[in-house]
Design a binder for this molecule. Structure first.
Ligand code: PLP
Length: 393
């Protein structure tokens, strides 16, 4: 726990033990999950908790999600290590490996553990056939394979014309296999983009060819599809970023979508300094004080995962005298700290600062910081480092 700072600290007092923390609101992740379900009520929900739940801590996030999931909802991760780790917290629910097993050993483990997996390349069918010949069978008795096809993104996925044959070859091994047709949208974050309707059309055509007329065993939509393209929902949706309260849509922020921030990234002012007109602040001397002013130093930097590319002018919220004050970065972010313009703010060393999220009645969506850094909230969340303490509530 943090100790409260006395009110009467000298203005240049530096806290020796200042650190940064990510305050994680588990009720917000549950709210966001319900929001995804409300938007796609007829679909099963496959909650994406890859990359340590987008930097939020997969064990606690998955446990909180599990409380609000339906019996047939599932989790998705990318690597086998992530799946094995998640299995320690999630005993019964299916876990999908979105990249599938990558070699014979992984295939053996995937079958042994009964993980669901994505088959995106024909060589993975070879791995499955070899395992089958060795007598390996899936735990639970039934194969669960999601066949990923390329409908226009041209990243992972088999060419559409190859899918019917592979589909049949899996059925030949295991007549009772539960097969799902999967694809991924490249531009669903942009409502003007014509690739999405084309991908949807390709996907529907293939689903028809496979006899999947009710769309039950089809999955296309991630968060952007869930939020904005209802025609892409089909039987299973795969929300990721929206669960963490950020928007996947260009120019929009989590609160615009009815989402709540899950990560509230906080730190403290560790020094408040006076600078004179003409003085420069920070590495590269990129900021010059236009007049005598107060500069606050906050104990967070890119060594904690705060983006180094955040420019002068990027907002933060300072909690001083029981009020939330808007302040902005002045000068470059360094590894362990950053500097802000405190003009007109009665802040003292020890005061708490919000870098993104919400606190003290103020809201500062991670999407906004990301846009100023020419990136997306996904990356900001994933970049939080081990130096940051996680506090769950
Ligand atoms: C990461 C991922 C998702 C989730 O995407 P969001 O944009 O975060 O909702 C869904 N499907 C696949 C295949 C993914 O890799």
């Amino acid at each position: 726990m943090m100790t409260a700072m006395p009110d009467s600290l000298p203005e240049d007092y530096t806290l020796l033990s200042a650190h940064s923390w990510a305050d994680i609101d588990l009720s917000a992740v549950q709210h966001n999950f319900r929001r995804a379900r409300e938007l796609a009520p007829a679909s099963r929900t496959c909650a994406v908790v890859k990359a340590n739940a987008y930097g939020h801590g997969a064990p606690r996030i998955a446990t909180a999600l599990q409380e609000v999931m339906r019996p047939d909802d599932l989790f998705a991760v990318v690597t086998l290590r992530e799946a094995l780790s998640l299995r320690q917290y999630i005993a019964d629910r299916p876990i999908l490996l979105m990249r599938g097993p990558l070699d014979a050993n992984e295939m053996a483990t995937v079958l042994q553990q009964g993980f669901y997996w994505v088959l995106h390349s024909d060589w993975q069918l070879g791995l499955l056939q070899q395992a089958w010949q060795k007598g390996l069978r899936p735990a639970g008795g039934k194969l669960h394979v999601w066949l990923k096809t390329n409908t226009g993104m041209s990243r992972l996925g088999m060419p559409m014309p190859e899918v019917p044959t592979i589909w049949q070859q899996i059925r030949d091994l295991d007549a009772g296999a539960e097969l799902v047709l999967m694809s991924h949208l490249a531009c669903a974050d942009d409502m003007e983009e014509s690739l999405t309707p084309r991908q949807l059309q390709n996907f529907k055509t293939l689903a028809q060819d496979l006899g999947l007329t009710d769309g039950h065993h089809c999955t296309l939509a991630a968060s952007a599809g869930i939020l904005n393209w209802p025609q892409t929902h089909f039987g299973i949706v795969r929300p990721g970023i929206m669960l963490y309260g950020a928007s996947p849509m260009i120019g929009r922020e989590g609160p615009d979508e009815g989402l709540q921030p899950v990560m509230n990234l906080k730190s403290r002012l560790i020094a408040v300094n006076q600078v004179k007109a003409g003085d420069t602040v920070g590495y590269g001397a990129t900021f010059t004080a236009p007049q005598d002013m107060q500069i606050g130093v906050i104990g967070i930097g890119y060594g904690d995962g705060y983006p180094r590319h955040a420019p002068t002018g990027t907002p933060v919220v300072i909690h001083a005298r029981d009020q939330a004050w808007d302040a902005t970065l002045a000068g470059r972010v360094s590894m362990d700290m950053l500097t802000v313009d405190l003009t007109g703010i009665p802040a003292l060393a020890g005061d708490e600062v919000l870098l993104w999220g919400q606190a003290w009645g103020a809201s500062l969506p991670a999407d906004r910081i990301a846009r100023l850094c020419h990136t997306i909230a996904y990356e900001l969340f994933c970049q939080i480092t081990a130096r940051v303490e996680y506090r769950y509530r």
